[in-house]
Ligand binder design. Structure first.
Ligand SMILES: [Zn+2]
Length: 338
């Protein structure tokens, strides 16, 4: 098999590797598309922590089942699947109960386990989900973002009619807004980049606010009839200071920090947070939402059309990665067609 491997920071090479054996409960995938994330770029730049070099990057993958292990049930050769972002340990209580998403010692693909920037991969059948024919590879690759969005709304207990501020018109932010609308909540998307707010508006979001050109607190006050928002999802890569977020919430409101902060300092004054008796949750995983996320993408409850993507062929990976590392605020999602 052919795989791009990062042997050390700033060193990625296409390598010819030995074909992996397919264990009893495993499947062999012919990888079709691989989404590169901030984690993958950080593994290459050396900023990521906990990476087990040498490593094949890429945790977001859609593939075609080309071989099935002896004890695999429910999957057949020819099925298309999307991979869960982390490998379960198969040893902890959650795994033994079949709750792999709750695994106590998960290993993220592309960090602790080889990812999918290769022509073939072997994974446990428990770490993949079949996808329907109508869902294109380029759409299914957003299952992780959609699952995380569902997780955010569930952790924030967002109800019908509530206002949710989404700070960060990132991919997760735009998908989160769509899921919130599906739940009949009212999203207000906040960002400092007008082109990202344009994408949010293209996704059907009616209320947006620009932190550079508008007084967001005042706008939220007006949009919520003086109540301020019931909940707020804060995406650290939005570059909006965290303490601003507390101003957007009503008293006893709920705040979620969504995803891991990469290189950003999340230090801030908790004064407004305490004075308003806010609740804080953190969401860095997808929970058990993969089947629901696949369904929402397949039935177009969540559309990914407005998300800016760059699809590159497998052979062009080194140049594409280099370019992505150079543009610090990469707004395009990098997808590799294998
Ligand atoms: Zn486990």
């Amino acid at each position: 098999m052919k795989a791009y491997r990062i042997s050390a920071p700033h060193t990625v090479k296409l390598e010819e590797m030995e074909a992996l054996p397919v264990g009893d409960n495993c499947i062999k995938l012919k990888n079709l598309i691989c989404g590169l994330t901030h984690t993958d770029l950080s593994a290459l730049s050396g900023e990521a922590t906990g990476v087990k070099y040498p490593i094949i990057p890429g945790r977001q993958c859609v593939g075609f089942v080309s071989e099935v292990g002896r004890s695999v049930a429910g999957l057949q050769r020819g099925n298309r699947v999307v991979v869960y972002p982390q490998a379960s340990c198969h040893n902890c209580k959650a795994c033994k109960d079949g709750r792999y998403y709750d695994c106590e010692k998960p290993s993220v693909f592309g960090v602790g386990e080889d990812g999918f920037l290769s022509d073939f991969s072997v994974v446990s059948a428990d770490d993949v989900f079949a996808i329907p024919d109508r869902l294109k590879d380029e759409e299914a690759i957003f299952t992780e973002h959609t699952s995380m969005a569902i997780n955010v709304l569930s952790r924030l207990n967002v109800e019908k009619g509530e206002h949710i501020i989404i700070v960060g018109a990132t991919i997760v932010g735009i998908i989160l807004a769509q899921v919130a609308m599906y739940y009949q909540a009212v999203p207000i998307v906040v960002d400092m980049h007008e082109e990202l707010l344009d994408a949010a508006r293209a996704a059907g979001v009616y209320y947006t606010a620009n932190t550079i050109t508008e007084d967001v607190t005042k706008k939220v006050l007006a949009l919520t009839g003086g109540h301020m928002a019931d909940a707020c999802a804060f995406i650290p890569s939005s570059d909006v200071p965290l303490h601003n977020v507390f101003d957007f919430c009503k008293k006893h409101g709920r705040v979620a920090i969504v995803g891991r902060p990469y290189g950003q300092d999340l230090k801030c004054s908790l004064k407004a947070f305490v004075e308003k008796n806010l609740e804080l949750v953190t969401v860095t995983d997808c929970g058990k939402n993969y089947p629901s996320a696949i369904n929402m993408l397949a039935n177009r409850t969540v559309s990914t059309e407005m998300i800016s993507t760059r699809v590159v062929p497998f052979a062009d990976v080194p140049t594409a990665i280099e370019n992505a590392l150079d543009t610090s605020a990469a707004v395009e999602k990098l997808l590799v067609k294998i």
